[in-house]
Design a protein around this ligand. Structure first.
Ligand code: SF4
Length: 418
């Protein structure tokens, strides 16, 4: 169930049907204002809607006043163990405070924070990670880690409601992807508060991005989750933001800048597509339009599955083709493909029209005809054949599996290679 309630963090709505909010966390010492503000500006430019800063010391809460004043995006104060810091963070103007009601010193301290947050209209994020469950849930955690996470979340919600405080979002996170998926699916059925999603300590840029994409992507595709943070072991917080956006763009949940599609290459490739694709991806970062740009390694398929792309290139050994929305625009020497592609994109950015030079387009079409081979069994054609075959066998009917939320979504589906 998608959350019905919402919170407002410094003007950014989370939950209640609002677009999924991207957040990250600074990795600097918060009190180092120069470094912290530089990182906040970097992540804001990369597309973070919100940013969280750690507030473990008095000097950090002191710095928070300046950070809140100067930040281009709302600030969430991240507090553990010390409820006094939570009170001071609210006083410092933090747009939201994140805390674990289980480790802040007992219900009385939580009540004090809730009262101060109510007075200041400051929302809270409450929740727990698999590593910091309350003591009374440790036995359950050993037996059923998913139920332990959900129970902690539900108990915290009940505590806040007893305190008459409902201006919060909830997170229950685990380092384990299936457990995070299962726990959030269950929690989303039991409460209607906005959910913050993340995979705790996901790992490096490579493995952490993949784990996050699988875990968060699965939940988001189910309509669960209102804000996401990708936790990566890198000092460059903007990398977390980029990954978050790629997940949202892949699911069609939000648009931000161009979408790049590229073939996987195969033995038909005759130019350095690796370098070309990297260069195109780098240069596209400067564009705000959500255009789709395709890179095909060869012309054997024609424009093929990239025919919907706003712009694309088809490379070859000496010459390649620039195309747009299924139609050739011009052929150019391979080494000029990237520059000419961006010339065409820039023309579009200025005129909002695809500019076609009929003579160049006709030359391009002739080149394409000479280079395509409708009989070659390319990866794309094999995939199309497999799809047609599967559709013929299924009769086109999709059978939806009934999910048993009591078990991990991959239970019983694991296998071991001998
Ligand atoms: S056949 Fe397909 S995968 Fe192979 S290089 Fe051409 S476009 Fe790329």
């Amino acid at each position: 169930m998608a959350s019905k309630r919402h919170v407002n963090v410094g003007g950014v709505q989370i939950g209640g049907g609002a677009p999924v909010v991207v957040q990250t966390m600074t990795k600097t010492e918060t009190a180092n204002l120069t470094a912290t503000m530089a990182q906040i500006r970097t992540v804001a430019e990369a597309g973070a809607d919100l940013v969280r800063v750690a507030v473990p010391r008095e000097k950090d809460v002191e710095a928070l006043k300046t950070i809140v004043r100067e930040s281009p995006i709302p600030i969430i104060a991240d507090i553990h163990f010390n409820h006094t810091l939570a009170l001071k963070a609210i006083d410092a103007g933090a747009h939201c405070v994140r805390l674990n009601p289980g480790n802040i010193g007992g219900p009385d301290k939580v009540a004090e924070v809730a009262a101060r947050a109510t007075a200041a209209s400051t929302p809270l994020r409450i929740g727990v990670n698999s590593g910091s469950l309350p003591k009374h849930l440790h036995a359950l955690e050993r037996e059923n880690p998913v139920e332990a996470l959900v129970t902690a979340g539900v108990e915290f919600v009940a505590l806040m409601e007893r305190l008459d405080f409902t201006d919060f979002k909830v997170s229950i996170k685990s380092t384990n992807v299936p457990n995070t998926i299962a726990a959030n699916r269950i929690l989303s059925e039991r409460i209607d508060y906005p959910l913050h999603l993340g995979i705790t300590e996901a790992g490096t840029k490579w493995s952490g991005s993949l784990k996050s994409a699988v875990g968060l992507g699965t939940l988001l595709a189910d309509g669960i989750g209102d804000t996401i943070r990708i936790s990566l072991s890198t000092f460059h917080a903007e990398e977390e933001v980029k990954v978050a956006w790629e997940i949202l763009k892949a699911l069609g949940l939000r648009e931000r800048g161009p979408v790049l599609i590229a073939c996987p290459t195969c033995g038909r490739l005759q130019f350095d597509m690796d370098t070309v694709v990297t260069e195109i991806e780098r240069r596209l970062e400067a564009y705000a339009d959500p255009i789709e740009v395709a890179v095909l390694g060869c012309a054997v398929n024609g424009i093929g599955e990239a025919s919907h792309a706003d712009f694309g290139i088809t490379g070859a050994k000496d010459e390649g083709l620039i195309f747009s929305r299924g139609k050739p625009l011009r052929k150019v020497p391979t080494e000029q493909l990237v520059d000419v592609l961006f010339e065409e994109i820039d023309k579009y950015a200025t005129s909002r029209k695809i500019v076609v030079d009929e003579r160049a387009a006709a030359e391009g079409a002739a080149w394409l005809q000479a280079n395509e081979d409708a009989t070659a069994m390319t990866p794309e054609r094999l995939a199309a054949l497999e799809k047609a075959e599967a559709a013929a066998h299924d009769g086109g009917d999709d059978v939806l599996a009934v999910l048993d939320e009591d078990v991990s979504p991959v239970a019983g589906r694991r296998f071991t290679r001998a």
